[in-house]
Write a protein that binds this ligand. Structure first.
Ligand code: NAD
Length: 358
């Protein structure tokens, strides 16, 4: 299995593999970039089909964390870890403790937190063996779960999108469709409801749909209808790759602003959205509320008001991206990448500086 010639390898600083025979742990940690600080990113546990699928995921996700943290103005680099296995069947306290041992071998260059397949409770077990774990703050309202902060950040970014697209700061009557009303999507729906928006929701779990309908007065629609609604704004809060040739051709919205990671199926889909006049709020910028929350937890000086204020900077960052995209004609996704690269000193950004000097 190649690493340096892997298509998802992008100058990653470190890729570490670990096997603990006793617990059965097989895990990979990828540290993409530490220019701004130690790398931080979630620990995903997933029944990967093979090792190369796990490597691909960890390389891609760790790179994404560098961009997300740089954009959120955090003194953090980008990293991620993956545990190969089914979290419902193979996750044991021994395996999680072994993951803690693995983290210690990197000496703090990578700090972990919860992700798909792992929970706050799992992080506490990992924390029995290592200090390099976040998202476990004790006694806090949500026990370290970053979802409420993610939802608040999406709400802030969505408001910036509505202001830029329609010049409106009041969301009363704004029609918003939400795909996925889980941890983040439901909380976002609640904030939107409080702000006067009209909600349309879909979810593969009927319970989640019912909760949004009963508690928030949302209108339930099918999984396919969600792409065809005559609404103002679409908030993808479920899956990645949801903005693709098929769905974009059906969307009638003026803006997209949601929590899901990796919403664009391919980079070119940002151009299709721009050409259709749909304003796209880049996913890793708008969904950074969670990493901001985890960052302050990790610092050990959690102050809810300070966290809230930091999350609100997502709104000004979003405005800067929209502005620069308007001025240059480039896509919002491209502008976001450029700003993040300027902040963490990516080779392309440095290359530009070099050529400018030459
Ligand atoms: P979640 O699992 O709690 O919620 C996702 C919801 O989407 C679930 O209710 C699920 O049933 C639903 N869903 C799945 N497939 C669907 C489909 N095809 N159609 C409609 N609904 C579907 O997860 P979450 O924590 O709310 O995260 C939502 C998204 O936001 C994910 O893409 C996640 O990667 C991203 N995100 C989450 C956080 C966080 O703090 N939780 C941070 C950054 C990004």
């Amino acid at each position: 299995m190649s690493v340096f010639s892997h298509p998802a390898y992008d100058n990653h600083e470190e890729v570490a593999f670990y096997h603990d025979a006793k617990s059965g742990l097989k895990a990979i940690i990828a540290v993409h970039n530490t220019n701004l600080g130690p790398s931080l990113g979630g620990c995903r546990m997933w029944p990967y089909a093979d090792d190369s699928e796990a490597l691909n995921d960890v390389l891609r996700l760790s790179r994404g964390m560098t961009y997300k943290s740089a954009m959120a103005g955090l003194k953090l680099g980008g990293g991620k870890s993956v545990i190969i296995g089914d979290p419902r069947k193979e996750k044991t306290p021994e395996l999680l403790r072994a993951m803690g041992d693995f983290l210690n071998t990197l000496g703090g260059r990578y700090i972990t937190a919860e992700d798909s397949g792992t929970s706050v409770a799992d992080m506490k077990i990992i924390g029995e063996r290592t200090e390099y774990v976040s998202g476990v703050i004790a006694g806090q309202e949500h026990g370290g779960d970053p979802s409420p902060s993610t939802a608040y950040g999406v709400f802030v970014g969505l408001k910036a999108a509505a202001e830029h697209r329609w010049g409106r700061t009041d969301l009363t009557g704004l029609k918003v469709s939400i795909q996925g009303v889980g941890n983040v999507g439901f909380r976002l729906a609640k904030l939107l409801k409080e702000a006067g928006a009209e909600l349309f929701v879909t979810d593969i779990f009927q319970d989640n749909v019912d909760r949004a309908v009963n508690e928030l007065g949302a209108t339930a629609v099918s999984g396919e209808e969600i792409f065809e609604l005559d609404v103002d704004l679409f908030a993808p809060c479920a899956l990645g790759a949801i903005l693709n040739d098929d769905t974009i051709s059906r969307l009638k919205v003026g803006a997209i602003a949601g929590a899901a990671n990796n919403q664009l199926a391919e980079a070119r889909h940002a151009e299709i959205l721009r050409d259709k006049g749909i304003l796209y709020a880049p996913d890793y910028v708008i969904n950074a509320g969670g990493i901001i929350d985890v960052y302050y937890q990790q610092l050990g000086e959690y102050n809810a008001e300070q966290v809230k204020q930091h999350i609100e900077t997502i709104g000004t960052t979003m405005q800067e991206i929209f502005q620069r995209a308007d001025e240059s004609g480039e896509t919002t996704a491209h502008i976001a990448d450029r700003i993040a690269e300027e902040r963490f000193g990516h080779k392309d950004a440095l290359g530009d500086a070099d050529s400018a000097a030459a």
